[in-house]
Design a protein around this ligand. Structure first.
Ligand code: PEP
Ligand code: MN
Length: 357
């Protein structure tokens, strides 16, 4: 069980959520201070800026390094905001702490590497600096949890997570697709862990930052981590996804923060919830019945030397279900995914049955 201590810097005013904002990269003293002054005047308490930038391809801007840490010191002394930057190895941690960085984050690429996370955890041992851990690039919850365990093992207790979306191949709307069920499961596995959302890297597009921010709050995110640049068109990294301070102000003004349900809300929802529970239980009973029948077919295939997987049958039934689903207004992808899951379980049961008989 990981012991999570509250990060005071993530406290938000009532009806608001924690906001961390700032440019993707610290590019120059002027750019950093310009951006910080605008954000401080909008009430932002924590300023982000990448000092060392992990770029997918070499030859792109890789950050301003040590000199940028001095610019962040100026942000602190001039605006009173706390500052945070990304660390990817022990040397980054040492340099960041020496220059008074208030909080660090571990980037998505680094979370994927247990060696790197362990090195960072060891470098943080004995310090009390809060650490935000972004999800790994690939959708592997255990890797994300492993990073928290490594940090906790080194005595780091002020921890929070950032959901920044996951890499996927091919056509897609978002640069990194959100998979909301993963932070939901993370919350269940590490109770008390604050989870922020980074709609900037998730969307990769300025116009999608606001809708994704609202979606994240609808999913109970504890805060937002947003890229803001005084002149995004000329940014040295991630220019398509950074907001101007004015766009950020508009977004912050429109966000709807939800309240906790009161007795009257719970009373109103109760009959609906009871109906849903009844349907969910029926689904379970129907599935149990379905897999009993699967068992009988499996026995027959086994006895008569037939393959367990019958692809033609799978394709036919899948199309029937999609078309029936769409007649009832159900999403095609949802039906495919649901049937894929049921079918995979059916195959697993038949294989297991065969080998335990
Ligand atoms: C960043 O926040 O600047 C960053 C590099 O993010 P990620 O690790 O999510 O790609
Ligand atoms: Mn970025």
């Amino acid at each position: 069980m990981i012991d999570i201590k509250k990060i005071g810097l993530l406290d938000a005013q009532p009806g608001r959520c924690a906001m961390i904002a700032g440019p993707c990269s610290a590019e120059s003293e002027t750019q950093v201070l310009d951006c910080a002054r605008s954000l401080a005047s909008l009430g932002v308490k924590v300023f982000r800026a990448g000092v060392w930038k992990p770029r997918t391809r070499p030859g792109n801007f890789e950050g301003s390094g040590l000199q940028a840490l001095q610019w962040l010191q100026s942000v602190k002394s001039e605006t009173g905001m706390a500052v945070t930057t990304e660390v990817a190895n022990a040397r980054h941690v040492e340099d960041a702490l020496k220059s008074g960085i208030d909080m660090v984050w571990i980037g998505a690429r680094t979370t994927t590497s247990p060696f790197a996370v362990q090195e960072i955890a060891d470098a943080l041992r004995g310090t009390d600096v809060p650490v935000l851990v972004k999800n790994p690039i690939n959708a592997e919850l255990e890797l994300w949890i492993g990073a928290f365990e490594r940090l906790a093992g080194a005595g780091v207790t002020h921890l929070a997570a950032i959901h920044r979306g996951f890499s996927s191949y091919g056509e897609r709307i978002y640069r990194y697709s959100p998979q909301w069920q993963i932070p939901i499961e993370l919350r269940r596995r590490i109770p008390g862990l604050p989870i922020l959302c980074d709609p900037s890297h998730m969307s990769g597009r300025r116009d999608l930052v606001a809708p994704l921010s609202q979606m994240a709050l609808d999913m109970k995110a504890d805060g937002l981590f947003i890229e803001v640049h005084p002149d995004p068109e000329h940014a040295l990294s991630d220019k398509k996804q950074q907001l101007t301070p004015t766009e950020f102000q508009e977004l912050a003004g429109k966000l709807i923060r939800h309240r906790e349900p009161k007795q009257a809300d719970l009373k109103f929802m109760k009959p609906y919830r009871e109906q849903l529970e009844e349907i969910d239980l029926k689904l379970i009973h129907d599935l149990a019945e379905r897999f009993r029948i699967t068992g009988s077919i499996g026995d027959y295939k086994n006895l008569h030397n037939l393959a367990i997987l019958q692809p033609d049958r799978y394709n036919t039934i899948s199309e029937i279900l999609v078309s029936e689903g769409s007649r009832h207004g159900l999403d095609e992808n949802f039906i495919r995914l649901l049937f894929e899951t049921i079918h995979a379980e059916s195959i697993r049961c038949q294989i297991e049955n065969k080998h335990t008989k």
